[in-house]
Design a protein around this ligand. Sequence first.
Ligand code: AMP
Length: 419
Amino acid sequence: MPAFQTSPGMRDILPADTGRWRRLNAVFADVVGAAGYGQIITPLIEDVGVFTRIGEATDVVTKELYAFEDRGGRHVSLRPELTASVCRAFAQHRPAALPWKVWYSGPNFRQEKAQRGRYRQFDQVGVEVLGVDDAHLDVEVIALAAEFYRRLGLTQVNLVVNSLGEPEDRAAYVAALETYFADADLTEQSRSTLAKNPLRVLDSKRTEDAEAIAGAPKISDFYSTEAAAHFDMVQAGLVRLGIDFVVEPKLVRGLDYYRRTIFEFQGGTLDSAQNALGGGGRYDGLVEALGGPATPGIGFALGVDRTLLACEDEGVFAEESAPLDAFVVDVVGGQEAAAVTAELRNAGLSADRGYDNRSMKAQMKLANRSDARFAVIIGEDELAADSVVVRPMARDAGDQQTISRSDLISHLKETLDLS
Ligand code: AMP
């Protein structure tokens, strides 16, 4: 066992898997870029206050922050999510044109108990739109996430939506929940959740809590006229776009600042405790809490790790191996390979080579393992004649050919159909 290994909940993503990460990000950038969203890159470290504004009653803030004092005595934290950072950026830069539509991608850090699909460093892709309250925007944002999953090839993703109403509706509902749960049969853990954040009791997956939760008051009985109208428009918009969804009155979201529309995408193939592929909703008050003007917002964050697990389960969006165009084998000292690989790469072809002046046999073995389309071989005879041997490898039929060095690039491009 080596002296050092990744810390609990942290992983290396190795070259065999990083291609999928890159492609996933590219698909996401494509989908949201085509809808007018611009990329935002915020720091991994912020003043801890940026994140405590998310809500003192959330696990993310109370238990999971990687917060510390830096050498300048500043209280900072690794970011646990990106919505707060985006709102901080909005309050700081005050973009004039609204709505401000941004997308992001990158790692977050939460000191959680690690298990499959739950890590301490995990990546998300997401969007936030600030400055507009229109229900059509809720539909647009949900539709973008749905389109992203569709483009990955996922079919077993279920969209659940709910509305938490206006802040006053929500407050009345929370009071009703408190009264109801006070006499209900709840587990010890849920009792303690009740004291901190009554809405989150609805989130309990413990079977002992199920009966009490099933009989709990429903948020829909507390909607104001505006909240009901907004939610109706969102549902009508989703129907109009042909996006399937289920209204789940017990859906709540972890963070305190949500209002009106909230939604979650659940992976049909994942364990229920980790089946949330991503989610989001409309929020108010966060920009203001971070020193900006009162600004409505809506967004979502989708977990990259769980999305890729769902892809594996469904057998879609597999790693694609892109074979190299050429592997250069030089048995006359290595200088020729250096020159030829550089020429090939500069001409836009992908090429690798053998090192350490190893034997022909050893280098051909490497060429095979590299899965290159062609081996380009330079021995004494070729050096003398200013030529190379081009040998098709496993993927291509045909005999090897000796061609002049100066024709190599055009020959390969033609054979690879790249010209
Ligand atoms: P949240 O920011 O908590 O709303 O989470 C949004 C999405 O990020 C979730 O649905 C997950 O897919 C993903 N996610 C959240 N926490 C973790 C974690 N600890 N490990 C892996 N993915 C996570």
